[in-house]
Structures are given as structure tokens and as C-alpha cells.
Design a protein around this ligand. Structure first.
Ligand code: ZN
Ligand code: ZN
Length: 106
């Protein structure tokens, strides 16, 4: 996943293969690896679930993590209440090194 360097949101590809952000930022997908990352349409891998947040990473609390992608040790975290209020809130972690985001189940 690529993140917008301006606002930190996840960039989504359009049909022309350009990455676009709702803040107006645009980039083109030139890297084959990046293209592959975007080619898993329809698959649901909980470890790669895409979370769009308006919060800037600088305003989020940090915690010690171990990123399964890059081995980074610092991440930011936030909590989302999913589906119904009866369910336990879900914690999300984003690696500050590579931007990898995943769900923590505690
Ligand atoms: Zn943006
Ligand atoms: Zn990482």
C-alpha cells in the first residue's frame, strides 16, 4: 500500500493506473511491486486490511511494535469501534517506518 505524503491517507488506483488521494495528490504507479500490491482485488486478508483514517500519524500515540513487513519497531495505533457497539473495539497499528497497517486483536 502506498500512503499519501501530504495527508497520510491510503492512495487508491484509478482505471488509468494512477494513484489518487481525496486531498488532490496524484502519483503514477511505476513500480511493478506496487502494482502487484494493488492486484489482490476481492481478497480479504485480515493482515492487509485497508484502513482509511483522517487522523494524521503525527497526532497518534506511538508504541513499540514489530512490523512483519520491514521489521520496524515503532508504530502508531488507534482504536475503531467496528460494526455494533456490543463488540469489543479493534486496535489498529501502523508501522511508522514503512506505513504497513494491520489489526491487533486485543
Ligand atoms: Zn492526501
Ligand atoms: Zn514496517
Amino acid at each position: 500500500m502506498e500512503f499519501c505524503p501530504k495527508c497520510g491517507k491510503i492512495l487508491l488506483p484509478d482505471k488509468d493506473g494512477n494513484l489518487k488521494c481525496s486531498c488532490g495528490y496524484e502519483d503514477s504507479i511505476s513500480d511493478e511491486e506496487v502494482k502487484e500490491q494493488y492486484s489482490f482485488e476481492g481478497e480479504t486478508n485480515p493482515q492487509q486490511e485497508v484502513i482509511v483514517t483522517d487522523k494524521k500519524s503525527t497526532a497518534m500515540p506511538t508504541k513499540k511494535i514489530t512490523c512483519y513487513k520491514c521489521g520496524g519497531t515503532e508504530g502508531v495505533w488507534w482504536v475503531l469501534q467496528t460494526r455494533s457497539a456490543d463488540e469489543a473495539p479493534t486496535y489498529f497499528i501502523r508501522c511508522t517506518n514503512c506505513g504497513n497497517t494491520w489489526r491487533q486483536s486485543n
